[in-house]
Design a protein around this ligand. Structure first.
Ligand code: UD1
Length: 420
């Protein structure tokens, strides 16, 4: 039996949405609990299949994990494993973030290679070369990565050629315990990195994020458990803002932190949305058809986030005028374009550039989620479309959006999840 999301488009959205915690913060923080010889309590951890996959990995390593609502308690005192089987690695590509923490805790780690995914090849060369610089011996053969730490350098300086989020997280996780000092230049500066560093510092680690793009880690011998609240999910907030921008309405999003995505708000304002930004809540009002959006170029933080590209493209599809979207981060991140075109969108693709010519209306039809954020885009489009949109392959959506249909039904959308 396959679940689908069925949307009857055209309803104005009105009311309040309580925003979920961040998926991309929860995963590295759950990985970080492996380093703790004690108990960690992680609040605001959304109920998502990617989070469940992380919990399965923790349990496989010997942790005891309890969930009560959105609070996860992880007891990592009796860790007895240092490998992740292929089946668990395949459930979630981001499992690679466990490499650094398993290595940090046990001195060795064995994982199967994560391989590519829906949005591109997703190499891990930066993770591997950085670990080698730190003095870790890394052997890659027959699809497996085996790491062993024989000694610690007193000083390691890593300059990333690109500010990779995952590589920055893995280097931090691999270097907080033990000996020596690690400096990462051109590190990723995403809010999720700051959240990971906050968690680790509360546990007794020494991780300093400088105002520029440098992270300095002084290793310590032992860390303790703590209680931590995961930051709100900025990408889910931007998806819901896109829903209101495209369908029209008046919605208050609560439990957010607009500091984490303020650079994206002018795109909504330019489209004619009225935004009231109170940092921990944001209200969006939209009447009528959106105006053409400013050109979008995805960039590392604080630039326009690649994860918000697809939802804002869906908004752009119904705008009065044309817009350009350049995807600079992932090579395979336009797979939603074909599905939007099936709904009547006018989009031309030239390599990493999409030219979107707004149409009066999209039309509901059966569409397939190509990936997580592409799935978010199809929901945005379905809310604005005439008629019924049937969104299939929604396991992608469930990786990152917690109870999306309940949140949107709560603000007046005609949206249901059905078993076919
Ligand atoms: C994380 C996010 C993802 C987001 C992305 C960029 C999580 C779980 N996922 O993914 O939602 O879209 O950041 O903000 O937090 N690259 C290399 N070599 C490497 C590592 C990365 O070439 O060793 C390239 C990638 O192929 C990609 C770019 O760098 O083109 C960005 O990747 P990265 O920042 O590492 O993204 P992830 O951590 O995988």
């Amino acid at each position: 039996m396959e679940e689908t999301i069925v949307i009857k488009g055209g309803n104005r959205l009105e009311g309040e949405i309580e925003l979920q915690g961040s998926k991309n913060s929860s995963l590295p923080i759950l990985a970080a609990t492996v380093l703790v010889d004690g108990i960690s309590v992680i609040e605001n951890c959304p109920e998502l299949t990617d989070v469940s996959a992380a919990v399965k990995i923790l349990e496989h390593l010997g942790c005891k994990v309890f969930r009560q609502g959105t609070t996860l308690t992880v007891d990592s005192r009796f860790i007895d494993g240092c490998s992740i089987p292929d089946s668990l690695m395949r459930e979630m590509r981001s499992s690679i973030v466990f490499l650094g923490s398993i290595l940090g805790r046990t001195g060795q780690a064995r994982l199967s290679s994560p391989g590519g995914c829906e949005i591109g090849l997703r190499p891990i060369d930066l993770h591997i070369s950085s670990l080698r610089l730190m003095g870790v011996s890394v052997d890659i053969s027959r699809g497996h990565i085996s790491c062993t730490r024989k000694s610690y350098n007193s000083d390691t300086v890593i300059s990333l050629s690109f500010p990779s989020v995952g590589a920055t997280e893995n280097i931090i996780l691999a270097s907080v315990l033990g000996e020596g000092r690690t400096v990462i230049h051109n590190a990723a500066r995403e809010p999720e990195i700051r959240d990971l560093a906050d968690f680790l510092c509360k546990c007794g680690c020494k991780v300093e994020l400088t105002a520029q793009d440098t992270v300095i880690i002084e290793a310590v011998q032992k860390i303790h458990g703590t209680r931590h609240r995961v930051i709100p999910d900025r990408i889910v907030a931007l998806t819901y803002l896109s829903c209101v921008g495209a369908a029209g309405g008046d919605v208050l999003i609560k439990n957010t932190d607009t500091d984490d995505y303020r650079t994206v708000l002018p795109f909504f304002e330019g489209a004619g949305c009225e935004i009231t930004d109170k940092k921990e809540s944001i209200r969006i009002k939209m009447n009528g058809r959106p105006k053409a959006l400013r050109d979008i170029r995805t960039m590392p933080y604080p630039g326009f986030p690649t994860d918000a590209q697809a939802p804002l493209m869906a908004l752009s599809c119904v705008a009065r005028g044309s817009g350009v979207i350049v995807e600079n981060i992932f090579e395979g991140r336009f797979k939603h374009v074909g599905e939007l075109v099936r709904m009547g969108a006018k989009i031309r693709l030239e390599g990493r550039i999409a030219l979107v010519e707004g149409v009066d209306s999209l039309y509901g039809t059966r569409v397939e989620c190509p990936d997580l954020r592409g799935g978010g885009a199809l929901v945005v489009a379905g809310l604005a479309a005439k008629g019924i949109t049937e969104v299939c392959n929604i396991s992608h959506i469930d990786r990152g959006y917690e109870k999306i249909e309940e949140c949107l039904r709560g603000v007046g959308a005609d949206i249901v999840r059905v078993n076919k």
